[in-house]
Design a protein around this ligand. Structure first.
Ligand code: UP5
Ligand code: MG
Length: 346
C-alpha cells in the first residue's frame, strides 16, 4: 500500500464501559497525511497496517496504538497502554465494529467496552446543518424526490411523516396520539415532531458526517414553524424551502396508485380528502410566510419524475458535491425514477 492510497484519518472513536482507565476514552484522529520512510515503510499516526488506527489524545500510544487492526490475526484489537492485548474482534470491517460484541482477551475485564464512531469531535457542539424544507400536497412526490437526492446527490432525507410512523410503531408513550392524528390527516403536536427531527439530524450527523438535510413534510403549519424557532432560535438563519406545486386530481391519482403497496393507514379516499383539507388550511400559510421572506423555490411537481428530479437537482446544486451529481444513476435512483422495475416482493 502506498502513502498516497491512504486518506488522513478524521474519525473520533469513543471506547467506553471497559472499566479499565487506560482503555476507555476518546481516540482522537491524527489528520497528518500518511508518510513513507526512507526504507519504504508507510506509516501514519492515524493508521495501522493499512487499516485506520487511532492514537490517544495524550499521545502515549504512538508506538503501540491502543486501537488497531492486525492483518496477521484478521482482527481489530484494543490494547492497554502497557501494550497488553485486552479485547479483540475478528472481522474484516474497515472500521472498528460498533454492533458486535468484542472478545475479552487475557488482560481485559468483562464486560467488553462499547465502541462509538463519531464523525465530529464529540467534545465540541455539532456543526450547523444545512437544511432545506420540502413541502407540497399529500402525494406530490416529496418522498420520491428526497430519496433520489439522498441516493444520488449525497443529501440526507428525513421525512417527518416517516419519523412519526416509526415512532408510532415503536409503541412509545405518544404512539396512540400519533395514530389518531395520522388517520384523521391532522397535524401531530409540534413538540413531538420537532424533537424527532432534531434527534434524527444529530444522530445522522454524528454517524455519517453529512450536513446536508432535506426535511420532507415539515413545517406543516405556522405552529410547527414556531416550535422550530423555539428550539433553533429566532435569530437562526431560516432554512430555504423547496415547494412542490401539484393539482389535487393528480395528487389523488398518485396516492391511490401508491395505496396498492404502501400499507399506510391514511392512503384511502377519505383520509386523502382530510389530508388535503389540512394542507390547504394549515400548510399553505407556511408557504406564504416563506415566500414573503424570499426563501421558496417552486417546482411544478405535476411533470414527469425525470423532469421534476432535474429541477430539484438544479435547486440543490449549490450545496451538492459536483462529483456525486456527475455519477451515473444508481440502481435505486433508476427505480425511483420509474426507469427500472423494483425487485419482486417476497
Ligand atoms: N410519484 C412521485 N412523483 C411522481 C411524478 N413526478 N410523476 C408520477 N408519479 C409520481 O409519491 C406519491 C406517489 O406518486 C408514489 O407512488 C410515487 O411513485 C408517485 P411520494 O413521493 O410518496 O409523495 P409524498 O409527497 O411523499 O406523499 P406523502 O403521502 O408521503 O405526503 P404527505 O405529506 O401526505 O405525507 P407525510 O408522510 O409527509 O405525512 C403524513 C401525515 O403525518 C400527515 O398527514 C400528518 O398527519 C403527519 N405529519 C405531521 O403531523 N407533522 C409533520 O411534520 C409531518 C407529518
Ligand atoms: Mg412522503
Amino acid at each position: 500500500m502506498n502513502a498516497t492510497d491512504l486518506k488522513p484519518n478524521t474519525l473520533f472513536i469513543e471506547v467506553k464501559g471497559s472499566g479499565i482507565p487506560e482503555v476507555d476514552g476518546l481516540f482522537v484522529p491524527s489528520t497528518a497525511p500518511p508518510t513513507e520512510s526512507e526504507s519504504g515503510t508507510v506509516s501514519s499516526l492515524g493508521y495501522w497496517n493499512g487499516k485506520m488506527a487511532w492514537d490517544r489524545a495524550d499521545g502515549k500510544s504512538e508506538r503501540s496504538p491502543a486501537l488497531s487492526y492486525s492483518n496477521s490475526y484478521k482482527s481489530w484489537r484494543i490494547c492497554r497502554l502497557d501494550g497488553h492485548l485486552a479485547y479483540d474482534n475478528t472481522c474484516d470491517d474497515d472500521l472498528p465494529p460498533t454492533d458486535t460484541k468484542w472478545h475479552v482477551y487475557k488482560k481485559g475485564v468483562a464486560p467488553a467496552p462499547s465502541i462509538v464512531i463519531h464523525h465530529f469531535d464529540p467534545r465540541e457542539p455539532l456543526p450547523e446543518p444545512n437544511i432545506v424544507f420540502v413541502l407540497g400536497g399529500p402525494g406530490c412526490g416529496k418522498g420520491t424526490m428526497c430519496s433520489l437526492a439522498e441516493s444520488q446527490l449525497g443529501w440526507t432525507h428525513l421525512s417527518a411523516g416517516e419519523l412519526l410512523r416509526n415512532e408510532r410503531a415503536s409503541n412509545g408513550p405518544e404512539a396512540a396520539m400519533i395514530e389518531k392524528c395520522l388517520a384523521a390527516g391532522e397535524i401531530v403536536p409540534t413538540e413531538i415532531t420537532v424533537s424527532l427531527l432534531k434527534r434524527a439530524m444529530e444522530t445522522a450527523m454524528r454517524t455519517t458526517g453529512k450536513k446536508n438535510f432535506l426535511l420532507d413534510g415539515f413545517p406543516r403549519s405556522i405552529d410547527n414553524m414556531e416550535g422550530w424557532l423555539n428550539v433553533y432560535g429566532r435569530d437562526s438563519e431560516l432554512p430555504s424551502m423547496l415547494y412542490f406545486e401539484c393539482p389535487y386530481d393528480v395528487l389523488e391519482e398518485r396516492i391511490l396508485g401508491r395505496a396498492k403497496y404502501s400499507g399506510r393507514s391514511d392512503d384511502n379516499v377519505e383520509s386523502i380528502k382530510l389530508r388535503f383539507d389540512t394542507f390547504k388550511a394549515k400548510t399553505l400559510p407556511t408557504l406564504e410566510l416563506f415566500k414573503s421572506k424570499n426563501k421558496v423555490v417552486e417546482v411544478d411537481a405535476s411533470r414527469s419524475r425525470e423532469e421534476v428530479y432535474a429541477l430539484v437537482g438544479e435547486s440543490l446544486a449549490a450545496h451538492t458535491d459536483p462529483e456525486l451529481a456527475a455519477q451515473p444513476l444508481t440502481e435505486r435512483a433508476e427505480m425511483l425514477l420509474g426507469l427500472r422495475p423494483y425487485p419482486p416482493r417476497s
